[in-house]
Design a protein around this ligand. Structure first.
Ligand SMILES: C[S@@+](CC[C@H](N)C(=O)[O-])C[C@H]1O[C@@H](n2cnc3c(N)ncnc32)[C@H](O)[C@@H]1O
Length: 171
């Protein structure tokens, strides 16, 4: 392909929203049992890109990790929750769709996942143990990203970012 013009930073800045990100409360990325701080910063950046909110447990190391890993210059939307299971139960009871991201039998393949049509919570698993069974019993849909390589799984922030883009209808 010839004649490709790569947009400059100032061109990109003009094309982006001018006002700070606010809570749209429509699409929520929920790494509710996080282990590694680097993944939170990566997920926060994807949340900003697609207009989603990040939901994390209320812990000091998580706040510090998000502050360190947030390479965006503007504030982002972060919700802090107490007991993740209790929070998830209340989201479900209030009518939100709960989408679990996990390697599971009978999961929907990413390509077949429709964009979110109502308030949707995307639940991500712990880096070692995945999504707890108690949480899987609360999901409406489980989505799996097909893999053909030898690794067991993707990095959680990569998996979450791919699914967020699909849910946001931007892929
Ligand atoms: C590193 S994985 C968990 C480890 C996994 N249980 C294993 O045995 O390798 C962390 C999380 O990333 C997400 N994940 C990673 N790869 C995925 C894939 N291919 N499809 C769906 N979710 C995935 C899931 O939320 C998972 O719980």
């Amino acid at each position: 392909m010839s004649g490709v013009w790569v947009r400059t930073r100032s061109e990109l800045r003009e094309q982006r929203r001018q006002r700070p990100h606010q809570c749209w409360d429509h699409l929520l990325a929920a790494p509710l049992w996080p282990k590694y701080e680097a993944n939170l910063g990566t997920l926060l950046r994807t949340c900003d890109a697609v207009g989603a909110c990040l939901v994390v447990p209320r812990r000091r190391w998580i706040d510090e990790a998000i502050a360190r890993g947030n390479t965006l210059r503007h504030p982002s939307c972060v919700h802090r929750v107490g007991d993740p299971f209790d929070w998830l139960r209340r989201q479900r009871a209030a009518g939100s769709a709960i989408v679990g991201v996990e390697l599971a039998d009978d999961a929907v393949r990413l390509a077949d996942l429709p964009a979110a049509r109502r308030r949707t919570v995307m639940v991500l698993g712990n880096e070692s143990d995945g999504v707890p069974y108690e949480a899987l019993s609360m999901v409406d849909t489980v989505v799996e990203i097909p893999m053909v390589g030898r690794g067991h799984s993707l990095n959680v922030a990569v998996a979450g970012s791919l699914v967020l883009y699909k849910l946001a209808g931007l892929l």
